[in-house]
Design a protein around this ligand. Structure first.
Ligand code: ADP
Ligand code: MG
Length: 285
């Protein structure tokens, strides 16, 4: 017979701002034993605040922020938005060429005849820049111009208000493994994972490596959900047993690839979804 409970469950979920794209996903929610979260924008706000500018060249703090903002203005990454905001009033260069946004690394572009690099250690290493790493906590964005290291900009994000409670509730509901994937550095990832009591974390992953990591985890668990929001998360959302997207700030690609969409971007909505799925199961006969 038709599992009427599933239709009821989908309706109930939607009243809670949870879009479930089919009854089979409610069933999958009931069988979950592992949940893997993306860090930025999923467990954290995805809004980075400027913490520190460390200058290793003959530039003022204002000049450094302007150079960074000029190159970041073409990017949609949350890091780019935060740097532009921190720079305030900056003059836009009309001559941009060879612009490359390198996933999991940063940006390389020629602005007004100078080659600018803005990104992480991987980007500096790939371009043979001798950069200096600081001990400051946070995400460090290194800036270079024409092969010379100029400065680093330290930014940091904060945990979403309900992330910690959500993880603890999911554990109580019997999810065996709660872990996190990120392209961000190990130090920042470790801090977030320990604050949230996650079972595991995997850092400094390129988008392809995120897919590989999830594929490896898929073999270890019965039913695995991945929760993410970014464009880069779409392949991982599609690959998981259950893809859950943050719909509010999420990219169109992520929303489309997902099986479940959380309209309000709160990790605690996953707890609600699990409870609704369990309730629905009882109504199916
Ligand atoms: P996450 O897994 O946290 O969503 P991404 O894979 O998007 O991270 O990015 C990983 C890292 O690559 C960032 O932490 C940053 O160091 C660097 N990066 C990515 N995009 C940019 C950018 N637009 N500007 C500077 N750095 C960037
Ligand atoms: Mg992301």
């Amino acid at each position: 017979s038709i599992p009427l409970g599933f239709f009821g469950g989908i309706g109930l979920a939607s009243k809670h701002g949870i879009l479930v794209k089919g009854g089979n996903y409610l069933e999958a929610l009931n069988q979950l034993d592992a949940i893997v979260f993306d860090k930025t924008g999923t467990l954290t706000e995805g809004k980075f605040k400027l913490r520190e500018v460390k200058i290793y060249s003959d530039h003022s703090r204002e000049q450094i922020l302007k150079i960074a903002a000029e190159v970041e203005q073409f990017s949609n990454h949350p890091i780019a938005k935060s740097i532009i905001e921190a720079a305030g009033d900056y003059k836009q260069h009309s001559t941009k060429s060879n612009y490359q946004e390198i996933s999991g690394a940063g940006i390389k572009a020629v602005l007004a005849g100078s080659e600018i690099l803005a990104g992480n250690e991987r980007l500096m290493q790939k371009n043979n820049i001798s950069y200096q790493k600081s001990n400051s906590a946070g995400t460090e964005i290194y800036l270079a111009k024409n092969g010379k290291f100029l400065a680093s900009i330290i930014i940091s994000d904060q945990l979403k208000e309900d992330s910690r409670a959500a993880i603890s509730d999911l554990k109580k509901l019997g999810i065996k493994s709660l872990s996190m994937l990120t392209g961000d550095n190990k130090e920042t990832a470790k801090k977030v994972a320990s604050k949230l009591n996650l079972d595991d974390f995997y850092a400094e992953l390129l988008p392809d490596q995120k897919v590989e990591k999830v594929e490896e985890l898929l073999t270890k668990f019965k039913k695995l959900a991945f929760v993410g929001d970014g464009i880069n998360d779409a392949p991982v959302l599609a690959r998981s047993d259950l893809g859950i997207a943050m719909g509010g700030l999420g990219s169109d690609a992520a929303i489309e690839a997902a099986d479940v969409v959380l309209m309000t971007d709160e990790p605690s909505k996953i707890v609600t979804a699990l409870k609704i799925a369990a309730k629905t199961k009882k109504l199916v006969w």
